[in-house]
Design a protein. Structure first.
Length: 226
């Protein structure tokens, strides 16, 4: 569970909207790009698990754009779970499930959430220490069905360094609050996913210098051939 940090969107989360809905400006800004990226890689049908769903603004948009997937949002914070369910109630989508309590950064949760065709995590790895980020990746790998996709969206450190001065400044502000957190290198994330048995499939460039990194769980046939 990410600790409470001072972030650019924090103030927007302090005041509930109508019916308990919360709104984060970044979720609104990046929603369309995230939907487009996941439409490229998501299976047409199956089960989708969203980790650390936040306000729920992504969940309602993704469930609408991916109607063949049963979309399961999760969130450890009860106020945000209430917001997710408030957004879901307004959207009234048949494939969007009520939010579940889940700490995506703690070991063990995969055992209760196996068989996922898509797992999506947004803006979380840079807010948690390495051990918790590694736990999220490892548990997601265990929860994926053969051929399933793990999509991780957020800011990352490239091989050549930060993508912009703004990224460097944001990273510095994070480690000033907690030296154990901050931007994770793309190579570090890929290495942890590989160790968990996943295959790096794509890096999709996103607005504001972010990335969506796509990993895939090999199919049963591919696993037998190696």
């Amino acid at each position: 569970m990410p600790k409470r940090l001072t972030l650019p969107d924090s103030a927007s989360l302090a005041t509930p909207g109508a019916g308990g809905r919360l709104s984060a400006p970044s979720a609104l800004r990046n929603a369309e790009a995230i939907c487009a990226a996941l439409q490229r890689v998501a299976p047409a049908r199956g089960r989708a698990l969203e980790l650390a769903s936040g306000t729920g603004e992504h969940a309602v948009r993704l469930a609408a754009r991916l109607p063949g997937l049963v979309w399961q949002p999760t969130e450890i914070d009860p106020q945000r779970r209430a917001s997710i369910d408030a957004w879901a109630a307004e959207a009234a989508l048949p494939n969007l499930r009520p939010a579940l309590s889940l700490d995506a950064c703690q070991p063990g949760w995969a055992a209760s959430h196996t068989g996922q065709d898509l797992i999506f995590a947004s803006n979380i790895l840079h807010l948690v220490p390495d051990a918790q980020a590694e736990a999220l990746i490892a548990e997601a790998a265990r929860a994926l069905a053969p051929g399933g996709v793990l999509a991780i969206y957020g800011p990352f450190l490239r091989d050549e360094g930060f993508a912009s001065p703004g990224d460097a400044a944001f990273h510095a502000s994070l480690i000033a609050q907690d030296p154990g957190i901050g931007y994770k290198p793309v190579a570090w994330v890929a290495d942890r996913a590989k160790a968990a048995g996943l295959r790096l499939e794509a890096q999709i460039s996103m607005p504001a210098n972010n990335l969506t990194i796509i990993f895939r769980q090999p199919s049963v046939i591919a696993q037998r051939n190696h």
